[in-house]
Design a protein around this ligand. Structure first.
Ligand code: NAD
Length: 497
């Protein structure tokens, strides 16, 4: 049973510039993952609510209140939003920790990144982006970029504000109007962002937010004919639903999906650096990071030494509530997700893998009401085990052994995913050789996790389609039009009479 406290945040949806409850008045509780208390209630949006938001976005797109502004004018709104995010950073950080469970230092980083992302796209949209071509006289050919129209944006719970901003900032910068759906698990900071949109006076209907279940509200966004594009971040299975739902209306689909990313450690790597980044790669975000280094591949000659040191350090990670400054790793996001992660740990044992450390829910130190799991390491794994092949999305890592470069690459590429990957080695040529063979969109050498607004983010294979961030992330939200101009206005003369 969840405990309801007096101070519960009452969330609303934002449709056509108005704050709304669900049309049927239904709500759903939002839970603090550190203690299971109800912290908010969110409208349980319906198909009708989704349609109202879609029509508002369509109307706003057609009447040009947003798409008709100059890039400079749109940029000035985005810059004001960034300033407001900075102004409210402390509150946003606390709310992110409350809702998602992540430690304050992680949440604080996300909020700062969200502001920076708005600034990046405010700058980028005012830069030159067309092309002209030298075609035969008397024609002049050129290419212009235009907004796509109404963009449906659907996001997960692991970075509630930041994943929202990675889509909202470029979509708005490009002149689209949006229908946004946060995860039903973490709607609090996205709602604050829409309060900021209202505060800076974003034109009515330009940005709309509906809350509710994915198969209801999300599916309506993905399938509705008045939505021109759907940009989705979430699980690969859901991504496949989205593609199918979008197919009938042939809308553009952009997908940022799951991963099972390899972190390859060669014997010539700086040992302590490699161990340190490997810990960061999997346990940062409690393993609930799409690009998490959840498969560590270690060269045979240092394997035992690596496992021993990694386990020694994993056991020392301070697990606790995100709002305790001493906490290094927070809880999992929900009771449902806790079940999923514990299920995978059981599965790993049944498959014959050995638990080198962790493997349990934490119920001591007043953590019994939260969704805490020990940092967990599996060894003695085989490539075809489900714990090696499937995304667990928790603090669970497998450590595998490889003989040589070729085997490292084979194991690294041996899943359906292709999101991220890293190589640790002091041989620069070898590191780059291996990175170039990885079938993955985001890679690091002697590092793990840093992400930049300037650089494209996205996956190969079943980790997605398209890219977020950078110029690529803006282009996702733009149509490309060729314009051919006749500079000698006279008949073509193709037909004699
Ligand atoms: P999820 O797929 O369950 O849900 C994501 C969003 O989709 C939520 O808003 C949900 O309500 C909605 N949804 C669910 N079913 C839907 C349907 N049938 N139609 C339309 N919308 C639907 O994912 P999650 O559990 O919230 O997040 C974890 C997943 O997100 C992991 O797989 C992770 O790897 C992935 N992720 C990927 C990236 C990336 O950049 N590649 C980033 C963050 C998270």
């Amino acid at each position: 049973m969840v405990e309801v406290k007096a101070k519960v945040i009452n969330l609303k949806m934002y449709i056509d510039g108005e704050w709304k409850d669900a049309e049927n008045q239904e709500t759903r509780p939002v839970i603090n993952p550190a203690n299971s208390e109800v912290i908010a209630t969110a409208p349980e949006g319906t198909v009708e609510d989704a349609r109202a938001a879609i029509y508002a976005a369509r109307k706003a797109f057609e009447n040009g209140v947003w798409s008709g502004l100059s890039a400079q004018e749109r940029a000035s709104y985005l810059l004001k939003v960034a300033d407001k995010i900075d102004e409210y950073a402390e509150e946003l950080t606390e709310l992110e920790t409350l809702d998602n469970g992540k430690p304050l230092r992680e949440a604080g980083g996300d909020i700062a990144d969200a502001a920076a992302c708005f600034r990046y796209y405010a700058g980028l949209i005012t830069k030159p982006d067309g092309q002209t071509y030298h075609v035969a006289d008397p024609m002049q050919a050129m290419v212009v970029r235009e907004p796509i129209g109404v963009c449906g944006l659907i996001v997960p719970w692991n970075y509630p504000l930041l994943m929202s901003v990675w889509k909202i900032a470029p979509a708005l910068a490009a002149g689209n109007t949006i229908v946004f759906k946060p995860s039903e698990v973490t709607p609090i900071t996205p709602k604050k962002l829409f309060e900021i949109f209202e505060e800076v006076g974003l034109p009515k209907g330009a940005a709309n937010m509906v809350m509710g279940a994915g198969p209801v509200v999300g599916n309506e966004i993905a399938s509705h004919p008045e939505v021109d594009m759907v940009s989705f971040t979430g699980g690969t299975k859901t991504g496949k639903h989205i593609m199918k739902a979008a197919a009938d209306t042939m809308k553009k689909v952009s997908l940022e999906l799951g991963g099972k990313s390899p972190n390859i450690i060669f014997a010539d790597a700086d040992f302590e650096t490699a161990v340190d980044y490997a810990l960061f790669g999997i346990y940062c975000g409690t393993g609930q990071v799409c690009s998490a280094g959840s498969r560590i591949l270690v060269e045979e000659s240092i394997y035992d030494q690596f496992v021993a040191r990694f386990v020694e350090r994993a056991k020392q990670i301070k697990v606790g509530p995100g709002n305790d400054p001493a906490t290094e790793m927070g809880p999992l996001v929900s009771a449902q997700h806790l079940e999923k992660v514990l299920h995978y740990i059981e599965l790993g044992k049944q498959e014959g893998a050995t638990v080198a450390c962790g493997g349990n829910r934490i119920k001591s130190n007043n953590l019994e009401n939260g969704f805490f799991v020990e940092p967990t390491v599996f060894i003695d794994v085989k490539q075809d085990m489900r714990i090696v092949q499937e995304e667990i999305f928790g603090p669970v890592v497998v450590i595998q052994k490889f003989k040589d470069e070729a085997e490292a690459v084979k194991l690294a590429n041996g899943t359906v995913y292709g999101l991220a990957g890293a190589v640790f080695s002091n041989d620069g040529a070898k590191a780059l050789r291996v990175i170039k063979k990885l079938r993955a969109g985001i890679t690091w050498i002697n590092s793990y996790h840093p992400t930049y607004n300037e650089a494209p983010w996205g996956g190969y294979k079943q980790s997605g389609i398209g890219r977020s961030l950078g110029t690529f992330g803006l282009e996702e939200f733009q149509e490309i039009k060729q314009i051919n101009i006749n500079l000698q206005v006279e008949p073509v003369g193709w037909f004699e009479n």
